[in-house]
Design a protein around this ligand. Structure first.
Ligand code: RTP
Ligand code: MG
Length: 137
């Protein structure tokens, strides 16, 4: 079933020069395509909406500060089961627990600086795509 999902390459991925590596992994999956892509430093307003579910948690404020610390790359990925597929490609939140072969497992060590975001459900994907790409049909 073809789906769309919202992916962010977080500021650590951009700072470390991993944009090409991560985009390459996504593009090489059979039939998956990048439908929209933009690089920009995310502002607090969009991050507050994006991470609304985490408001009040101890990691929330440092997470937002990290996310506004430099440019991110936002993209929409389209294709067969991309919502589940991008979560699998990213690996679990904690990079040390993530298997080698996943993006977080291969490149991360710190929970906060875990390189990528991928929508966790179709409902989240629809909401996040509207938030980051309001002009997209
Ligand atoms: P994401 O939303 O970024 O795709 O990641 P996720 O679903 O795997 O993780 P989530 O629970 O939604 O947490 C969002 C992001 O917050 C940071 N985080 N830090 N204990 C901590 O320090 C902590 N826990 C979460 C991570 O950057 C995580 O991706
Ligand atoms: Mg999440």
């Amino acid at each position: 079933m073809s789906q769309r999902t919202l992916v962010l390459l977080k500021p650590d991925a951009v700072r470390r020069g991993l944009v090409g590596e991560i985009l390459g992994r996504i593009e090489r999956k059979a039939g998956w395509t990048i439908g929209a892509l933009e690089m920009r430093t995310l502002e607090r307003g969009i991050l507050e909406q994006h991470y609304a579910e985490h408001v009040g948690r101890p990691f929330y404020e440092p997470l937002v500060e990290f996310m506004e610390s430099g440019p991110s790359v936002a993209l929409v990925v389209e294709g067969e089961r991309v919502v589940e597929g991008l979560r699998a490609l990213a690996g679990p939140t904690d990079p040390i627990a993530a298997a080698p072969g996943s993006i977080r497992g291969d490149f991360g060590t710190i929970v906060r600086e875990n390189l990528v975001h991928a929508s966790d459900s179709q409902e989240s994907a629809d909401r996040e795509i509207k938030l980051f790409f309001p002009g997209l049909a």
